[in-house]
Design a protein around this ligand. Structure first.
Ligand code: C2O
Ligand code: CU
Length: 451
């Protein structure tokens, strides 16, 4: 495995050093040169063995300067997004986490199937105290675009800069000419006393990509690019459109085929990989107005500009080993979750975390969970410790087979998903609008060891 090391200890989040190209003056209304966004710097693998990756992550205070905002926040290893951790299926991952915050923290591996003690949650186990460290250790079983973040005081810690990307490669995938990690997040105005996370409107902050406002990337004509898109916002939705929407992978790896949707909607916590085939002209990645209240009004905003160096004819798509298998037929649920509530008070089955009924599911057997949204807000349903196949949405099978860990429910949506828990433990099930989870919309599923 090749590991790329870029040092980004300058205090400026992800303004990487090797692309100091400037925009040709005629492509922008202002002639101010900008630097292009590149992928976040990657963590160094401290273990020479081919199938062990060993990283160090330190959470500490950090001041983020985002446009006009000066945010008294945090970062992993002095960068937001934190260093990208790259490994491949089957690798043993060791992460030595040091907590230099003045609060308890943890690392949760969003979308990964890990032993319960490694899941970074406080239910029945402790967190990582200030000034102490903890070794996370697990084996990778699934390729995809995952991310990591604390699971203590989550809304606050994530919002202030604690998140990063974990890529699990599948050696069967073709190698693109370039891979880009693009992490979308929105930042609240620090002058704004209490940013309103309950609001139903489009009350997002300033969107950035890899920490840069008004971001642009520069691609080379003719290259085949795998762009991995992440929405790490606490509650902001992305509804991405524009040209070049060749969607190849979701939360848990490749789709059954490349899709060309009108838009790709990413709720908080969601990921999508797209294949870009730049040719002779750039394009804008547009974001259509969308929030947890559904589609909004107004013109789409440019979330990312794509410029082309060396325009030429576009390359042809790579040959991806797409997901095989038919959609699993729908069947009645073994467990049903009903989402209700309103701003400030959110419930699953009428209960607020942590005062919840712990339901249980059998290990290594298929179970069906039904989730119904009877509230006036949308909610991205997220499950720890197990991924799920979507069996039906409002009684209809999904357009294609899809394996997820985060799925957005529109108002009155009813979904059924199939899970096969691999590990014993207490697995959180919650809304990934982090304010909603903190205001009660979280519960626990127990999986008992096999007897
Ligand atoms: Cu990314 Cu429990 O969350
Ligand atoms: Cu929610």
């Amino acid at each position: 495995m090749t590991l790329l090391l870029l040092l980004a200890c300058t205090g400026t989040p992800v303004e990487t050093d090797d692309t100091q190209d400037t925009v040709p003056p005629d492509t922008d209304d202002s002639a101010v040169p900008i630097s292009y966004v590149d992928s976040p710097a990657e963590a160094i693998d401290l273990d020479p063995a081919d199938d062990i990756v060993h990283f160090e992550l330190t959470a500490a205070r950090m001041t983020h300067t985002i446009g006009d905002y000066v945010i008294d926040g945090y970062a992993y290893n002095g960068q937001t997004p934190g260093p990208t951790l790259r490994a491949k299926i089957g690798d043993r991952v060791i992460v030595d986490f040091s907590n230099e915050l003045d609060a308890v923290s943890t690392i949760h591996w969003h979308g990964l199937t890990v032993p319960y003690e490694m899941d970074g949650v406080l239910w029945s186990q402790g967190g990582v105290d200030p000034g102490t460290s903890f070794r996370y250790e697990f084996t990778l079983t699934q390729a995809g675009s995952f991310w990591y973040h604390p699971h203590v005081d989550t809304a606050h810690q994530v919002d202030h800069g604690l998140y990063g990307v974990l890529i699990v490669e599948d050696p069967a995938d073709p190698t693109p000419d370039r891979e880009l990690v693009l992490v979308f997040d929105d930042w609240n105005d620090p002058e704004d006393e209490e940013p309103d996370e309950h609001d139903h409107g489009r009350d997002e902050g300033l969107w950035t990509v890899n920490g840069m406002p008004d971001p642009a990337v520069q691609l080379t004509g003719g290259q085949r690019v795998r762009a991995r898109l992440f929405n790490t916002s606490n509650h902001g939705y992305l509804d991405l459109g524009g040209s070049q929407l060749r969607w190849i992978a979701g939360d848990q790896g490749l789709l059954p085929s490349a899709q060309s949707p009108q838009t790709i909607r990413l709720g908080p916590g969601d990921r999508a990989d797209v294949e870009w085939l730049p040719g002779d002209a750039g394009w804008d990645v547009l974001d259509h107005s969308y929030s947890n209240a559904g589609p909004g009004f107004g013109e789409p905003e440019v979330r990312l500009r794509v410029d082309i160096a060396e325009p030429t004819t576009a390359g042809t798509a790579l040959d991806w080993p797409f997901l095989s298998g038919a959609i699993t037929p729908d069947s009645p649920p073994t467990l049903t979750y009903v989402f209700t509530g309103e701003a400030g008070d959110w419930f699953i089955n009428g209960e607020r975390f942590p005062n919840v009924t712990v339901e249980s599911l059998p290990i290594q057997q298929d179970s069906v969970i039904e989730v119904r949204n009877l509230s006036g807000s949308e909610h991205p349903f997220h499950l720890h410790g197990m991924h799920f196949e979507v069996l039906s949405i409002n009684g209809t099978p999904p357009p294609f087979r899809t394996i997820e860990d985060t799925w957005n429910l529109a108002v009155y949506d009813r979904i059924r998903v199939s899970v096969r828990p691999q590990n014993p433990g207490f697995w959180m099930a919650h809304c990934h609008i982090l304010g909603h989870a903190e205001e009660g919309m979280m519960t626990v599923i127990e999986v008992q060891p096999a007897r």
